[in-house]
Design a protein around this ligand. Structure first.
Ligand SMILES: C[S@@+](CC[C@H](N)C(=O)[O-])C[C@H]1O[C@@H](n2cnc3c(N)ncnc32)[C@H](O)[C@@H]1O
Length: 204
């Protein structure tokens, strides 16, 4: 499977799962790598993605236990989600495929005390941003590739599979900060390497 820059953030994301969590949802799960990592911690996980090819590949890769993953071929912007169902909702590199307001649907699907963790992408806008991207991007990418390659080796090698659909993203970090503050009061947004950010929201 081709290199996926997002994979090196899996450990950071797993650390955001509430200690007493039982149920989790991975939105835009692709071939299910992170959903399986959640299940490996004992959670009961739903992985949702509208792309039939990746859901098929995810199902073929199974569910590792001790938790369980169930994959659903579904577009969450069309069919919504059950209210107050999940203790943890993750959305890795997939929010930019949907209207940003979809975070409201995700917020409403959280149980009280539940956590929404979005690993997102923010577009550089200013000249300074573009300069940082041009200068820092290539070395950061190399470091990330190294981390992911080492992780794959430790976990028994690359997974076979298909590539999840990708899409360019267009919201800037300031738009993301502004809109998320309106829709997810109390959220935090932390910039990460290579134009990624981690948005965290705990449902009160
Ligand atoms: C770039 S891939 C990321 C896949 C995976 N989360 C990862 O980290 O490798 C984005 C995924 O979001 C999915 N997606 C796009 N629109 C969606 C929607 N409306 N509801 C759920 N998933 C969606 C795509 O099919 C794709 O698999």
């Amino acid at each position: 499977m081709p290199f996926n820059h997002n994979d090196c953030y899996h450990p950071l994301l797993l650390r955001q799962v509430p200690a007493d969590a039982v149920t989790a949802l991975d939105v835009g799960c692709g071939t299910g790598k992170f959903a399986r990592r959640l299940a490996a911690t004992g959670l009961t996980v739903d992985g949702v993605d509208p792309a039939g090819e990746v859901i098929e590949a995810a199902r073929a890769l199974g569910s590792p236990g001790p938790g369980k993953v169930t994959y659903h071929q579904r577009d969450i912007t069309e069919n919504g989600l059950p209210a107050q169902r999940y203790d943890f909702i993750s959305c890795l590199a997939s929010l930019h495929h949907m209207p940003f307001e979809t975070v409201t649907t995700l917020r409403e699907a959280l149980r009280p005390g539940g956590v929404l963790a979005v690993l997102g992408l923010g577009k550089p806008r200013s000249a300074l941003d573009w300069t940082k991207w041009a200068l820092l991007g290539p070395p950061m990418n190399l470091v990330a590739r190294g981390i992911v390659a080492a992780g794959e080796k430790l976990n028994g090698g690359l997974e076979p599979g298909v590539q999840a659909p990708i899409k360019d993203w267009d919201m800037s970090m300031s738009q993301i900060r502004r809109q998320s503050a309106e829709l997810l009061p109390g959220r935090t947004v932390r910039p990460l390497l290579y134009w990624r950010y981690l948005l965290l929201y705990r449902h009160g």
